[in-house]
Design a protein around this ligand. Structure first.
Ligand code: AGP
Length: 612
């Protein structure tokens, strides 16, 4: 996690860095800090808590005008969110300042070594070891020193450094953690993501692992891990970028929930087109050629959190359409067991951010085993999109709320079309079936709009259930993963304990939890397991549960079996998860909002989990 932003140019660096950090705050908000160089001296400001505190600190204790600096917003890994652990870290003489994102795995050994040599550590962080590493090994400039010390560092990092003896440049490097250089006119930037840069420039350099860059306002010099100067690989980002703003919404999360008719439409439009017969077809180049999927014998779908739940749903689609056995795995588990992988395995990784450490490791493992790898990702130029052999973008626009909502529904759209198109390519689905399903999919954005009309009703439900301590989410078949996702969403933003369970499984244990104090949200849409679900509802009603069902429109009978019903429009049962998840998102949001939590930045979380 953590966000890094740096500036060198002719303008007021403090304002620009603070603005950059504001856009990166979703990556971590335990503390924040900034280091600048003015008149040959380092100036540092740090504050614990959200970035707002750093703004206030700088207002109270202004930094001198400067054109160069680096900033950091932290998600604590080593050491509590105290001021001393906030970045930038500096040496005792205030010669250098560093910001770091990632984890230095051999920090304990390094700390011991330097402590024995008399170095006094100020913080509890792993990052601070970079300071004595530089000091002890200093040789002819920061960049040369960095080249020497990088082999001594184990782990992952994006590092930005300023030094008062090289006061017109930022030196930076990265390994397994993103760091992007933005190129402006007489000014240059570094940032942990693209979005924080796009308001300044569209000319970007994506640093590669081991690169060391020296960035001045008019010059960028990059050397690779062998110390060889690289030709600058400048990418011009053309895609449309809307300014990051909550518009009239109170939080990004609710804005993003309401954006879903459009984000899903965008994702569909990116993948499909209408042919001359007005049929919806797949844009071939978005997916892959026949050769790529030839001889695939098994499929793995690997991801974390909400993306993993999208993966669980895709298992139904892949197996239903392609008849190919599909295993869905949590990335942090996948990477440490012994999955059966070879060149006949297709490994699909899903990640909104494209920077999740465990998912990246899983992807690298699959690449090493010669698997065909495909990433489903929302961030252009992210690590996952670079490492995968093929990437399909979700095109739902930047997602700021830490709780993922619109990315999930767009991931489902991509996975559904992926499975369908794949099946068509290997002749397990006919052209007419493909076209029928794509037509049905094209109606989904309007149906999401209808789901969102439950907004006021769900707000009222949230008011009723606000103070309950435990919730249960139940779903069967394709909607079992939606139950898991619904529970995760509520936990994340409202800090209320919630459990997702397969409806048919509760009688094997979880039913013991049921009483009048545990509201149960049951997804009970008209699908092939509807009747079974109704029997399960009877069982929990008989034990005093308060039942809120998510049901198919016009299912009036279900009213007798539930205390409250939220209706969603009719849709082919295979597509229901894209709709049933919407009420669960709204419920989580409204409960958290009524409890007055910082919905977009839930405690202990961060948007991109770039550490193991
Ligand atoms: C979602 O609400 C969570 N914040 C989290 O579970 C997230 O989905 C997970 O960390 C994976 O992130 P990714 O999609 O960016 O890889």
């Amino acid at each position: 996690m953590c966000g890094i932003f740096g500036y060198v140019g002719n303008k007021n660096a403090v304002d620009i860095i603070l603005n950059g950090l504001t856009n990166l705050e979703y990556r971590g908000y335990d503390s924040a800090g900034i280091a600048t160089i003015s008149d040959g001296s380092l100036q540092i400001r740090k504050s614990i808590g959200k970035l707002n505190n750093l703004y206030k600190n700088i207002k109270k204790y202004p930094l001198s005008y400067t054109n160069i600096g680096i900033g950091h917003t932290r998600w604590a890994t080593h050491g509590k969110p105290y001021k001393k652990n906030a970045h930038p870290h500096v040496d005792s003489k205030k010669n250098i300042a560093i910001v770091h994102n990632g984890i230095i795995e051999n920090n304990v050994e390094l700390r011991k070594e330097f402590a024995e040599k008399g170095y006094h550590f100020v913080s509890e962080t792993d990052s601070e070891v970079i300071i004595p590493l530089i000091k002890e090994n200093y040789r002819d400039g920061i960049a040369n020193t960095l080249e020497y010390i990088l082999p001594l560092i184990k782990g992952s990092y994006a590092i930005g450094i300023i030094c008062r003896f090289e006061d017109s440049k930022i030196v930076c490097t990265k390994k397994d953690i993103p760091l992007i250089i933005g190129i402006g006119e007489n000014e240059n930037f570094i940032s942990s993501d693209i979005y924080a840069l796009l308001m300044y420039t569209r000319n970007l350099i994506f640093l590669e692992d081991g690169d060391i860059a020296e960035i001045s306002k008019n010059k960028i010099l990059i050397k690779d891990s062998n110390g060889i100067e690289k030709k600058l690989n400048i990418k011009n980002i053309k895609w449309k970028f809307n300014k990051i703003s909550k518009t009239n919404y109170k939080h990004f999360m609710i804005k993003e929930i309401f954006e879903q008719p459009f984000s899903v439409l965008n994702t569909i439009t990116n993948i499909t087109y209408k042919n001359t017969k007005n049929e919806i077809c797949i844009k071939e180049k978005i997916f892959f050629n026949q050769e790529f999927i030839k001889n695939i014998k098994n499929i793995y779908v690997v991801a974390c959190g909400t993306s993993y739940y999208a993966g669980l749903i895709s298992k139904f689609w892949f197996e239903h359409f392609t008849n190919i056995p599909t295993i869905v795995d949590i990335a942090s588990e996948f990477r440490y067991r012994e999955p059966i992988l070879n060149n006949k395995t297709l490994v699909i990784v899903i990640s909104q951010s494209g920077e999740t450490a465990d998912t990246i490791a899983a992807l690298k493992l699959a690449n090493d085993k010669n698997c065909k790898t495909v990433a489903i990702c929302n961030v252009v130029g992210s690590s996952i999109s670079i490492y995968a052999k093929h990437t399909i973008y979700t095109c739902c626009g930047i997602e700021i709320g830490v709780a993922s909502t619109k990315a999930f529904t767009s991931q489902l759209v991509v996975l559904f079309t992926f499975a369908l198109n794949y099946a068509y390519k290997i002749d397990t689905v006919k052209y007419s079936t493909l076209v029928t399903f794509l037509k049905e999919l094209s109606e989904i954005p309007l149906k999401i709009k209808q789901c969102l009309k439950n907004n006021n009703f769900i707000k009222k439900l949230a008011k009723k259930f606000l103070y309950y301590k435990n919730f249960l989410f139940l779903g069967r078949y394709l909607n079992y993963p939606v139950a898991l996702e619904g529970a995760l969403k509520l936990k994340e933003v409202s800090y209320i304990h919630a459990e997702g369970c397969a409806t048919g499984e509760i009688k094997h244990g979880t039913i013991a939890l049921i009483d009048k104090n545990v509201p149960v949200i049951v997804i009970a849409i008209k699908d092939k397991v509807y009747k079974k679900t109704i029997s399960n509802i009877e069982e929990i009603k008989a034990r005093g549960a308060i039942v809120i069902t998510i049901a198919t429109e016009c299912d009036y009978e279900i009213k007798n079996k539930s205390d409250y019903v939220i209706y969603i429009p009719k849709v082919n049962e295979l597509l229901t998860p894209i709709l049933t998840v919407i009420p669960t998102q709204l419920l989580a949001y409204y409960i958290a909002n009524l409890l007055k939590y910082d919905v977009d930045k839930p405690r202990n979380l961060a948007k991109a989990v770039t550490v193991e």
